[in-house]
Design a protein around this ligand. Structure first.
Ligand SMILES: *Cc1c(COP(=O)(O)O)cnc(C)c1O
Length: 383
Protein backbone atom coordinates (compact mmCIF):
# COMPACT_ATOMS: atom_id res chain seq x y z
CA UNK A 1 0.00 0.00 0.00
CA UNK A 2 1.26 3.44 -0.88
CA UNK A 3 0.52 6.35 1.42
CA UNK A 4 -1.76 9.02 -0.03
CA UNK A 5 0.48 11.91 -1.08
CA UNK A 6 0.02 14.90 1.18
CA UNK A 7 0.99 17.60 -1.30
CA UNK A 8 -0.92 17.81 -4.55
CA UNK A 9 0.96 19.45 -7.41
CA UNK A 10 -0.97 17.78 -10.24
CA UNK A 11 -3.76 20.28 -10.81
CA UNK A 12 -3.51 19.91 -14.59
CA UNK A 13 -4.70 16.30 -14.21
CA UNK A 14 -7.70 17.35 -12.17
CA UNK A 15 -8.56 19.70 -9.33
CA UNK A 16 -10.35 19.20 -6.03
CA UNK A 17 -13.97 20.29 -6.20
CA UNK A 18 -14.28 23.59 -4.33
CA UNK A 19 -16.35 23.03 -1.15
CA UNK A 20 -18.61 25.92 -2.21
CA UNK A 21 -19.33 24.00 -5.42
CA UNK A 22 -20.10 20.81 -3.52
CA UNK A 23 -22.58 22.69 -1.33
CA UNK A 24 -24.40 24.02 -4.40
CA UNK A 25 -24.67 20.59 -5.99
CA UNK A 26 -26.09 18.60 -3.09
CA UNK A 27 -29.77 19.73 -3.17
CA UNK A 28 -30.01 18.72 -6.84
CA UNK A 29 -29.24 15.10 -6.06
CA UNK A 30 -32.20 14.42 -3.79
CA UNK A 31 -34.58 17.19 -2.74
CA UNK A 32 -34.73 18.65 -6.26
CA UNK A 33 -34.48 15.61 -8.48
CA UNK A 34 -36.75 16.61 -11.38
CA UNK A 35 -35.83 16.08 -15.01
CA UNK A 36 -34.97 19.45 -16.55
CA UNK A 37 -36.76 18.31 -19.71
CA UNK A 38 -40.07 17.70 -17.89
CA UNK A 39 -42.15 20.63 -19.06
CA UNK A 40 -45.40 19.71 -17.33
CA UNK A 41 -44.69 20.23 -13.61
CA UNK A 42 -42.76 22.17 -10.99
CA UNK A 43 -40.15 19.43 -10.42
CA UNK A 44 -39.04 19.86 -14.01
CA UNK A 45 -39.31 23.64 -14.01
CA UNK A 46 -37.05 23.96 -10.96
CA UNK A 47 -34.40 21.76 -12.53
CA UNK A 48 -34.65 23.57 -15.84
CA UNK A 49 -34.22 26.92 -14.16
CA UNK A 50 -31.12 25.69 -12.33
CA UNK A 51 -29.62 24.29 -15.52
CA UNK A 52 -30.24 27.55 -17.38
CA UNK A 53 -28.71 29.65 -14.61
CA UNK A 54 -25.66 27.37 -14.71
CA UNK A 55 -25.50 27.69 -18.49
CA UNK A 56 -25.47 31.48 -18.11
CA UNK A 57 -22.65 31.26 -15.54
CA UNK A 58 -20.57 29.00 -17.79
CA UNK A 59 -21.15 31.35 -20.74
CA UNK A 60 -20.26 34.45 -18.70
CA UNK A 61 -16.76 33.20 -17.87
CA UNK A 62 -15.89 33.04 -21.59
CA UNK A 63 -17.94 35.99 -22.85
CA UNK A 64 -20.39 33.74 -24.71
CA UNK A 65 -24.18 33.92 -24.95
CA UNK A 66 -25.94 31.25 -22.90
CA UNK A 67 -27.63 29.99 -26.07
CA UNK A 68 -24.20 29.16 -27.54
CA UNK A 69 -23.41 26.65 -24.77
CA UNK A 70 -24.09 22.91 -25.31
CA UNK A 71 -23.67 20.65 -22.27
CA UNK A 72 -21.45 17.58 -22.68
CA UNK A 73 -19.74 15.09 -20.36
CA UNK A 74 -16.39 16.89 -20.53
CA UNK A 75 -13.75 18.20 -22.88
CA UNK A 76 -13.15 14.79 -24.48
CA UNK A 77 -16.74 14.65 -25.66
CA UNK A 78 -16.69 18.34 -26.62
CA UNK A 79 -13.59 17.78 -28.77
CA UNK A 80 -15.21 14.76 -30.42
CA UNK A 81 -18.40 16.70 -31.14
CA UNK A 82 -16.50 19.69 -32.50
CA UNK A 83 -14.20 17.76 -34.85
CA UNK A 84 -16.56 15.01 -36.00
CA UNK A 85 -19.53 17.37 -35.99
CA UNK A 86 -17.80 19.91 -38.24
CA UNK A 87 -16.02 17.53 -40.62
CA UNK A 88 -18.94 15.10 -41.03
CA UNK A 89 -21.57 17.83 -41.41
CA UNK A 90 -23.43 18.00 -44.71
CA UNK A 91 -22.53 21.70 -44.70
CA UNK A 92 -18.78 21.11 -44.34
CA UNK A 93 -16.77 23.41 -46.59
CA UNK A 94 -14.34 20.61 -47.34
CA UNK A 95 -12.78 17.49 -45.94
CA UNK A 96 -9.45 18.84 -44.72
CA UNK A 97 -8.62 19.16 -41.00
CA UNK A 98 -5.62 20.97 -39.54
CA UNK A 99 -4.38 20.53 -35.99
CA UNK A 100 -1.14 20.67 -34.01
CA UNK A 101 1.29 18.04 -32.73
CA UNK A 102 1.01 19.18 -29.10
CA UNK A 103 -2.78 18.82 -28.82
CA UNK A 104 -4.42 16.62 -26.21
CA UNK A 105 -5.08 13.02 -27.26
CA UNK A 106 -8.81 13.81 -27.27
CA UNK A 107 -8.13 15.98 -30.33
CA UNK A 108 -5.30 13.98 -31.93
CA UNK A 109 -7.00 10.59 -31.65
CA UNK A 110 -10.31 12.01 -32.88
CA UNK A 111 -8.48 13.55 -35.84
CA UNK A 112 -6.82 10.21 -36.63
CA UNK A 113 -10.17 8.42 -36.39
CA UNK A 114 -11.57 10.91 -38.90
CA UNK A 115 -8.57 10.30 -41.14
CA UNK A 116 -9.51 6.61 -41.16
CA UNK A 117 -12.87 7.74 -42.54
CA UNK A 118 -11.29 9.63 -45.42
CA UNK A 119 -10.75 13.07 -43.89
CA UNK A 120 -7.48 14.69 -45.00
CA UNK A 121 -5.41 15.52 -41.94
CA UNK A 122 -2.44 17.79 -41.36
CA UNK A 123 -0.77 17.81 -37.93
CA UNK A 124 1.47 20.85 -37.70
CA UNK A 125 4.79 21.00 -35.89
CA UNK A 126 5.46 23.63 -33.21
CA UNK A 127 8.67 25.53 -32.56
CA UNK A 128 11.00 24.65 -29.68
CA UNK A 129 9.00 26.86 -27.30
CA UNK A 130 5.80 24.92 -28.01
CA UNK A 131 4.11 27.73 -29.93
CA UNK A 132 2.53 27.44 -33.36
CA UNK A 133 4.11 29.62 -36.02
CA UNK A 134 1.45 31.58 -37.95
CA UNK A 135 3.26 31.23 -41.28
CA UNK A 136 3.30 27.49 -40.83
CA UNK A 137 -0.45 27.56 -40.29
CA UNK A 138 -1.02 29.91 -43.24
CA UNK A 139 0.90 27.52 -45.52
CA UNK A 140 -1.24 24.57 -44.39
CA UNK A 141 -4.62 26.15 -45.17
CA UNK A 142 -6.26 25.04 -48.42
CA UNK A 143 -9.42 25.61 -50.39
CA UNK A 144 -10.97 22.49 -48.88
CA UNK A 145 -9.92 23.17 -45.28
CA UNK A 146 -13.00 22.88 -43.07
CA UNK A 147 -11.62 23.20 -39.56
CA UNK A 148 -8.50 24.19 -37.64
CA UNK A 149 -8.19 22.90 -34.07
CA UNK A 150 -5.67 24.54 -31.71
CA UNK A 151 -5.67 24.42 -27.92
CA UNK A 152 -5.53 27.60 -25.87
CA UNK A 153 -3.39 26.33 -22.95
CA UNK A 154 -1.31 23.19 -23.23
CA UNK A 155 -1.94 20.61 -20.52
CA UNK A 156 1.70 19.53 -20.22
CA UNK A 157 3.74 22.68 -20.64
CA UNK A 158 1.15 25.39 -19.94
CA UNK A 159 2.01 27.51 -22.99
CA UNK A 160 -0.68 29.81 -24.36
CA UNK A 161 -1.29 29.82 -28.12
CA UNK A 162 -2.24 33.08 -29.84
CA UNK A 163 -5.75 31.99 -30.76
CA UNK A 164 -6.78 35.59 -31.58
CA UNK A 165 -4.26 35.73 -34.42
CA UNK A 166 -4.97 32.14 -35.46
CA UNK A 167 -8.69 32.90 -35.51
CA UNK A 168 -8.22 36.06 -37.57
CA UNK A 169 -6.32 34.03 -40.17
CA UNK A 170 -9.06 31.37 -40.25
CA UNK A 171 -11.84 33.98 -40.54
CA UNK A 172 -10.07 35.57 -43.52
CA UNK A 173 -10.26 32.22 -45.30
CA UNK A 174 -13.76 31.25 -44.15
CA UNK A 175 -12.38 28.34 -42.12
CA UNK A 176 -13.79 27.31 -38.74
CA UNK A 177 -11.58 27.43 -35.65
CA UNK A 178 -12.04 25.05 -32.73
CA UNK A 179 -10.18 25.75 -29.46
CA UNK A 180 -9.71 23.22 -26.67
CA UNK A 181 -9.81 25.48 -23.60
CA UNK A 182 -9.94 22.74 -20.95
CA UNK A 183 -6.79 24.07 -19.28
CA UNK A 184 -7.52 27.75 -19.77
CA UNK A 185 -10.71 28.54 -17.86
CA UNK A 186 -10.01 30.44 -14.66
CA UNK A 187 -6.36 30.86 -15.64
CA UNK A 188 -6.63 33.65 -18.19
CA UNK A 189 -9.38 35.96 -19.43
CA UNK A 190 -11.37 34.60 -22.41
CA UNK A 191 -13.81 36.84 -24.27
CA UNK A 192 -15.63 35.16 -27.13
CA UNK A 193 -17.35 38.44 -28.01
CA UNK A 194 -14.03 39.50 -29.51
CA UNK A 195 -12.17 36.23 -30.13
CA UNK A 196 -12.72 34.90 -33.66
CA UNK A 197 -13.35 31.37 -32.41
CA UNK A 198 -16.28 29.23 -33.62
CA UNK A 199 -16.12 26.24 -31.28
CA UNK A 200 -14.59 25.98 -27.80
CA UNK A 201 -14.32 22.93 -25.54
CA UNK A 202 -14.73 23.43 -21.79
CA UNK A 203 -14.65 21.10 -18.81
CA UNK A 204 -15.48 21.55 -15.12
CA UNK A 205 -12.96 19.33 -13.38
CA UNK A 206 -9.83 21.32 -14.24
CA UNK A 207 -11.48 24.43 -12.73
CA UNK A 208 -12.63 23.16 -9.30
CA UNK A 209 -15.87 21.63 -10.58
CA UNK A 210 -16.93 17.97 -10.72
CA UNK A 211 -15.70 15.37 -13.21
CA UNK A 212 -18.08 14.20 -15.92
CA UNK A 213 -19.49 17.55 -17.04
CA UNK A 214 -18.31 19.94 -19.71
CA UNK A 215 -19.59 22.09 -22.53
CA UNK A 216 -19.02 22.97 -26.14
CA UNK A 217 -19.40 26.58 -27.19
CA UNK A 218 -21.04 26.49 -30.63
CA UNK A 219 -21.24 29.98 -32.09
CA UNK A 220 -24.69 30.86 -33.43
CA UNK A 221 -23.71 34.12 -35.07
CA UNK A 222 -22.21 33.53 -37.56
CA UNK A 223 -23.80 30.09 -37.25
CA UNK A 224 -21.72 26.91 -37.05
CA UNK A 225 -23.39 23.79 -38.45
CA UNK A 226 -22.48 20.54 -36.72
CA UNK A 227 -23.61 16.97 -37.27
CA UNK A 228 -24.89 15.57 -33.95
CA UNK A 229 -22.88 12.65 -32.60
CA UNK A 230 -25.44 11.56 -29.99
CA UNK A 231 -29.01 11.03 -31.14
CA UNK A 232 -32.11 10.74 -29.01
CA UNK A 233 -34.53 13.17 -27.45
CA UNK A 234 -33.16 16.17 -29.29
CA UNK A 235 -31.80 17.94 -26.22
CA UNK A 236 -29.28 20.78 -26.54
CA UNK A 237 -30.41 22.16 -29.92
CA UNK A 238 -30.43 18.58 -31.21
CA UNK A 239 -26.64 18.48 -30.90
CA UNK A 240 -26.38 16.29 -27.84
CA UNK A 241 -29.31 14.19 -26.70
CA UNK A 242 -29.53 12.77 -23.20
CA UNK A 243 -31.08 13.80 -19.89
CA UNK A 244 -29.04 16.60 -18.36
CA UNK A 245 -27.30 15.86 -15.04
CA UNK A 246 -28.72 18.79 -13.10
CA UNK A 247 -26.30 18.54 -10.15
CA UNK A 248 -23.33 18.39 -12.52
CA UNK A 249 -24.53 21.38 -14.55
CA UNK A 250 -25.10 23.34 -11.33
CA UNK A 251 -21.60 22.37 -10.15
CA UNK A 252 -19.94 23.55 -13.35
CA UNK A 253 -21.97 26.76 -13.27
CA UNK A 254 -20.88 27.56 -9.72
CA UNK A 255 -17.26 26.60 -10.44
CA UNK A 256 -17.17 28.94 -13.44
CA UNK A 257 -18.96 31.72 -11.55
CA UNK A 258 -16.33 31.54 -8.81
CA UNK A 259 -13.54 31.44 -11.40
CA UNK A 260 -14.85 34.64 -12.96
CA UNK A 261 -14.94 36.43 -9.60
CA UNK A 262 -11.64 35.16 -8.25
CA UNK A 263 -9.44 34.55 -11.29
CA UNK A 264 -7.49 37.79 -11.16
CA UNK A 265 -6.48 37.56 -7.49
CA UNK A 266 -5.89 33.82 -7.74
CA UNK A 267 -3.60 34.12 -10.75
CA UNK A 268 -1.50 36.79 -9.00
CA UNK A 269 -1.10 34.53 -5.98
CA UNK A 270 -0.28 31.45 -8.06
CA UNK A 271 2.22 33.50 -10.09
CA UNK A 272 4.09 34.12 -6.83
CA UNK A 273 4.10 30.38 -6.05
CA UNK A 274 5.35 29.61 -9.56
CA UNK A 275 8.29 32.02 -9.10
CA UNK A 276 9.10 30.47 -5.75
CA UNK A 277 9.06 26.97 -7.24
CA UNK A 278 11.13 27.99 -10.27
CA UNK A 279 13.75 29.61 -8.02
CA UNK A 280 13.96 26.46 -5.90
CA UNK A 281 14.28 24.21 -8.93
CA UNK A 282 16.90 26.47 -10.49
CA UNK A 283 19.14 25.91 -7.45
CA UNK A 284 19.30 22.18 -8.31
CA UNK A 285 21.43 23.00 -11.36
CA UNK A 286 21.24 21.02 -14.58
CA UNK A 287 17.56 21.73 -15.19
CA UNK A 288 15.83 23.13 -18.24
CA UNK A 289 12.36 24.55 -18.54
CA UNK A 290 10.23 22.92 -21.21
CA UNK A 291 8.07 25.32 -23.22
CA UNK A 292 7.99 29.08 -23.42
CA UNK A 293 8.21 30.63 -19.96
CA UNK A 294 6.67 34.02 -20.76
CA UNK A 295 3.68 32.75 -22.78
CA UNK A 296 2.56 30.39 -20.04
CA UNK A 297 -0.12 30.22 -17.36
CA UNK A 298 1.13 30.73 -13.79
CA UNK A 299 -0.08 27.27 -12.81
CA UNK A 300 2.49 25.24 -14.75
CA UNK A 301 6.14 24.31 -14.28
CA UNK A 302 7.60 21.66 -16.59
CA UNK A 303 11.30 20.83 -16.28
CA UNK A 304 13.78 18.25 -17.45
CA UNK A 305 16.33 17.38 -14.77
CA UNK A 306 19.76 16.17 -15.90
CA UNK A 307 20.96 12.88 -14.52
CA UNK A 308 17.65 11.52 -13.28
CA UNK A 309 14.86 9.40 -14.68
CA UNK A 310 11.39 10.95 -14.34
CA UNK A 311 9.53 7.85 -13.15
CA UNK A 312 12.32 7.16 -10.62
CA UNK A 313 12.15 10.73 -9.40
CA UNK A 314 8.37 10.40 -8.99
CA UNK A 315 9.04 7.47 -6.67
CA UNK A 316 11.68 9.41 -4.78
CA UNK A 317 9.30 12.35 -4.31
CA UNK A 318 7.30 10.55 -1.65
CA UNK A 319 4.35 12.55 -0.43
CA UNK A 320 4.37 14.97 -3.36
CA UNK A 321 2.00 14.21 -6.25
CA UNK A 322 3.36 15.39 -9.60
CA UNK A 323 3.37 14.02 -13.15
CA UNK A 324 6.11 12.89 -15.42
CA UNK A 325 4.89 14.00 -18.85
CA UNK A 326 1.11 13.83 -19.18
CA UNK A 327 -1.05 11.58 -17.04
CA UNK A 328 -2.04 9.41 -19.98
CA UNK A 329 1.46 9.28 -21.41
CA UNK A 330 3.01 8.27 -18.11
CA UNK A 331 0.66 5.28 -17.83
CA UNK A 332 2.16 3.90 -21.01
CA UNK A 333 5.72 5.12 -20.31
CA UNK A 334 5.90 6.44 -23.84
CA UNK A 335 7.93 9.63 -24.01
CA UNK A 336 5.48 12.53 -23.98
CA UNK A 337 4.38 13.48 -27.51
CA UNK A 338 4.33 17.12 -26.44
CA UNK A 339 7.95 17.15 -25.27
CA UNK A 340 8.99 15.22 -28.37
CA UNK A 341 7.29 17.90 -30.47
CA UNK A 342 9.47 20.54 -28.75
CA UNK A 343 12.53 18.62 -29.92
CA UNK A 344 13.36 16.92 -26.60
CA UNK A 345 15.22 13.62 -26.86
CA UNK A 346 13.51 10.53 -25.41
CA UNK A 347 15.95 10.82 -22.52
CA UNK A 348 15.06 14.46 -21.79
CA UNK A 349 11.37 13.64 -22.06
CA UNK A 350 11.73 10.79 -19.58
CA UNK A 351 13.69 13.08 -17.24
CA UNK A 352 10.82 15.59 -17.14
CA UNK A 353 8.47 16.58 -14.35
CA UNK A 354 5.23 18.51 -14.57
CA UNK A 355 4.29 20.38 -11.40
CA UNK A 356 0.93 22.14 -11.59
CA UNK A 357 -0.34 24.56 -8.97
CA UNK A 358 -3.84 25.59 -8.05
CA UNK A 359 -6.31 27.33 -5.78
CA UNK A 360 -5.47 25.16 -2.78
CA UNK A 361 -1.66 25.15 -3.16
CA UNK A 362 0.19 26.96 -0.34
CA UNK A 363 3.66 28.50 -0.11
CA UNK A 364 4.55 26.00 2.62
CA UNK A 365 3.70 23.14 0.27
CA UNK A 366 5.96 24.63 -2.40
CA UNK A 367 8.82 24.85 0.11
CA UNK A 368 8.38 21.22 1.18
CA UNK A 369 8.15 20.11 -2.46
CA UNK A 370 11.43 21.90 -3.24
CA UNK A 371 13.17 20.17 -0.32
CA UNK A 372 11.90 16.73 -1.34
CA UNK A 373 12.84 17.41 -4.94
CA UNK A 374 16.36 18.40 -3.91
CA UNK A 375 16.76 15.27 -1.75
CA UNK A 376 15.45 13.05 -4.52
CA UNK A 377 17.61 14.55 -7.25
CA UNK A 378 20.79 14.49 -5.14
CA UNK A 379 20.17 10.85 -4.23
CA UNK A 380 19.50 9.78 -7.83
CA UNK A 381 22.48 11.72 -9.15
CA UNK A 382 24.79 10.02 -6.62
CA UNK A 383 23.67 6.53 -7.71
C1 LIG B 1 -8.26 17.22 -19.40
C2 LIG B 1 -8.21 17.66 -20.80
C3 LIG B 1 -9.10 17.15 -21.74
C4 LIG B 1 -10.09 16.08 -21.40
O1 LIG B 1 -11.10 16.62 -20.61
P1 LIG B 1 -12.15 15.66 -19.86
O2 LIG B 1 -13.15 16.63 -19.33
O3 LIG B 1 -11.36 14.97 -18.80
O4 LIG B 1 -12.71 14.74 -20.86
C5 LIG B 1 -9.03 17.63 -23.02
N1 LIG B 1 -8.14 18.57 -23.37
C6 LIG B 1 -7.28 19.09 -22.50
C7 LIG B 1 -6.31 20.13 -22.94
C8 LIG B 1 -7.27 18.65 -21.19
O5 LIG B 1 -6.40 19.14 -20.33
Amino acid sequence: MTVAPAIYLDNAATTAVDPRVVACMLPWLHAQFGNPASRGHAFGWAAQEAVEQARADVAALVGAGAADIVWTSGATESNNLALKGALLSAHARGRHLVTVATEHSAVLDTARALQQQGIRLDVLAVDASGLLDLDRLRDALRGDTCLVSVMLVNNEIGVVQDVAAIGALCRERGILLHVDAAQATGKLPIDLRHLPVDLMSLTAHKTYGPKGIGALFVRRNPPVKLAAQMHGGGHERGLRSGTLATHQCVGMGEAFRLARLEMQAECARVRGLQRRLLAGIDRLGGVRINGDLAQRVPHNVNVSVDGVDGPELLQALEGVAVSSGSACASASLEPSHVLRALGCSDEQAHASLRLTLGRFTTADEIDVAILRLRDGVLRLRRQ
